[in-house]
Write a new protein. Structure first.
Length: 277
């Protein structure tokens, strides 16, 4: 008799070294994906692991132990209220980015707004907002056509309409067009050691690295966004915690007011919002 899925997961979990990336939850989620079953049924069902499935499972484990993000292996990732297809052409959406979503939804009710999501990647921010605020006109831009392809797939998958544009930041848009401009841009220095850490080493460099300082794209967006925001429009930016004060000073110098730092679930300053006047 062959090995059961439950036995294989238990055996593999116990044999993992401390320096390996895989966790018991990773194993369970990979098994659910491989067998197309809910996690609730994973251990309540008697599932025999044949050689073909075992080889596929071992390949997934090898990829995870190499540091590849679980989302790339599964091909999907949940974010806020949407299910997203994910591959290595886009950044894996993080829970920290939901800090932006939460504040925007609390700050702006159901009035019709025109919103621009710069560097949309998988479309995570745009689609999460569109699902909550169907009446908003949401424009999603990225310089990567491959990323926009993923965003379009996710738009169709979730039956949500957003406007997609290939653009290098703001150059595809008209001035004075948006009530909100939102971005989770690259904000890592090009020599940051974290780029070789679990997950980041497999993600697209263009979505991570801003330049030698790490804050260059944040400066570019802040400087130019004022021309594209309507009067009393808001700018929302995600950033690294250590960039919070520097970015706040920069926004003040540019003439933004009501500058507020947004704190993530870890207690870190993860994003900032500012009013253009």
């Amino acid at each position: 008799m062959g090995q059961t899925l439950r036995e294989f997961i238990k055996e593999t979990s116990c044999s993992q070294r401390k320096d390996q990336n895989i966790q018991s939850l990773d194993l369970e989620l990979m098994a659910c994906s491989l067998f197309d079953i809910d996690r609730s049924k994973l251990f309540s069902s008697y599932i025999l692991l044949d050689q073909k499935r075992k080889a596929q499972f071992l390949s997934m484990i090898q990829r995870r132990n190499s540091g590849e993000p679980l989302a790339y292996i599964l091909g999907e990732k949940d974010f806020w209220n949407v299910e997203l297809e994910i591959n290595d052409q886009v950044l894996v959406p993080r829970p920290e980015t939901e800090t932006l979503i939460e504040d925007i939804l609390l700050s702006f009710n159901h009035c019709r707004l025109s919103v621009l999501d710069l560097g949309t990647g998988s479309g995570a921010i745009s689609l999460a907002l569109k699902k909550e605020r169907e009446e908003w006109n949401i424009f999603s831009s990225d310089f990567s056509e491959k990323a926009l392809g993923i965003a379009k797939t996710n738009s169709l998958k979730n039956d949500l309409h957003i406007f997609l544009a290939c653009s290098n930041w703001l150059n595809a848009f008209r001035p004075n067009s948006f009530d909100l401009i939102i971005s989770n841009p690259p904000y890592i220095k090009d020599d940051d050691l974290r780029l070789e850490s679990d997950g980041l080493s497999h993600e697209p460099r263009s979505a991570l690295i801003s330049g030698p300082l790490g804050i260059e794209d944040l400066y570019t967006i802040s400087d130019n966004a004022k021309d594209f925001l309507k009067k009393r429009g808001w700018l929302y930016l995600e950033h690294a915690p250590q960039q919070a004060e520097e970015l706040k000073f920069s926004l003040t110098d540019l003439g933004y007011i009501n500058i507020t730092q947004l704190i993530d679930l870890n207690g870190d300053p993860r994003a900032i919002k500012a009013l253009s006047v």
